[in-house]
Design a protein around this ligand. Structure first.
Ligand code: 5AD
Length: 344
């Protein structure tokens, strides 16, 4: 295993069977080596700096029915909310004051947020905070819509591919969603010129190691500027309520592999990772992650954005907890970087 790991470090890539071997048979000392090398790779480019993005969860209403997600439309018990444009602007303002220079508007697929409503909001954010980067994470839309939002001032878009393996994608999603449709969206985003984020859950029900290799290969083909991965975590009101959570060790191994394969990528230590384990965020950074996304949503709605059980939204996960986050990062010799942190 060690030889494979060394080759990944030296050559920056492996073949599909080699990735599979590494994912399934990585011993502890090889894992430690890969994580060290991933950290070294991140530090060569980014130093000991962690970019922060202010996450605003703009609504929990969703037309989709993804089997793993607590916000799926079949979940009648989910509490639904929709922030007003005014509330979103206030959250940006508070975030800007706190030092954030990237805002991420994330939400369920809510048709209420059509272009006629989103474009003026995006233009206003762009006008009021021109030096801040605006990221959208609002699911699948028409290419023409993505284009209008880009022209209005959004520079980045997060749309996890969820599963490169077709059969797994179909297992995790309702019949009306398609693997091809998802890829089309991602390709549209790239074509338009968005810095584009992809990613998947680790340990989703039915996910084989081979499926994870497919994920790596798909990302090799598309070359996302941002890569978001985190463990699957069950939500009690979904069909996957009784499924086990994704594995910490495997998530950290994948983070390290992805950092080595995509040295320039912006890779967050995700909330899911921080939720899975008290040291998740720190261990993620110690596997090559270089972004954290504290929550800027109004306090009273945070618990309603329940995509999985136990979702962390306080302490270092919260924008008010920046000091706590800074202290946590200090313990491993890192500091917050408030710049836009564009892909270079
Ligand atoms: N566990 C972990 N991650 C989840 N996501 C959605 N539901 C869950 C869950 N139960 C991830 C998906 C989605 C992103 C918003 O959160 O990958 O793209």
């Amino acid at each position: 295993m060690y030889e494979l790991a060394e080759r990944l470090v030296r050559e920056g890539r492996l073949s599909a069977p080699e990735y599979l071997a590494l994912l399934t048979r990585c011993d502890d000392s090889t894992l430690a080596f890969l994580r060290n090398e991933a950290v070294r790779t991140a530090q060569e480019r980014f130093g000991c700096a962690i970019f922060v993005r202010g996450l605003i969860e703009i609504g929990s209403i969703c037309r989709n029915d993804c089997l793993y997600c607590g916000l799926r439309r079949s979940n009648r018990r989910a509490e639904r909310y929709r922030l007003t444009s005014q509330q979103i602007l206030s959250a940006c303002e508070a975030g800007y004051e706190a030092g954030f220079r990237t805002f991420v508007l994330q939400g369920g697929e809510d048709p209420w947020w059509n272009d006629e409503r989103l474009v003026p909001l995006i233009e206003e954010i762009h006008r009021r905070w021109p030096e801040a980067a605006l990221t959208l994470s609002l699911g699948e839309r028409e290419e023409a819509s993505y284009r209008r939002l880009f022209e209005a001032g959004a520079a980045r878009y997060l749309l996890r591919h969820e599963a490169a393996d077709c059969a797994l994608y179909e297992k995790l999603h309702p019949a009306e969603m398609s693997h091809a449709g998802r890829l089309n969206c991602i390709e549209s985003l790239k074509r338009i010129g968005y810095q584009t984020g992809m990613g998947m859950m680790v340990g989703a029900p039915g996910q084989s190691p081979e499926a994870l290799v497919e994920d790596i290969l798909l990302m090799e083909r598309i070359v996302p500027e941002m890569i978001g991965i985190g463990p699957f975590l069950p939500h009690h009101d979904t069909p996957y309520a009784g499924e086990p959570a994704g594995d910490l060790r495997l998530t950290l191994l994948l983070l390290a592999i992805l950092r080595l394969r995509f040295p320039r990528a912006l890779i967050p230590a995700t909330t899911a990772l921080a939720t899975l384990h008290p040291r998740g965020r720190i261990e993620g950074i110690l596997s090559g992650a270089n972004v954290v996304m504290p929550n800027l949503s109004p306090e009273q709605v945070r618990r309603k954005y329940a995509i999985y059980d136990g979702k962390a939204s306080t302490g270092a996960e919260a924008a008010e907890g920046l000091r706590l986050l800074a202290r946590e990062l200090e313990t491993i010799g890192y500091r917050i970087n408030f710049s836009r942190g564009d892909y270079q």
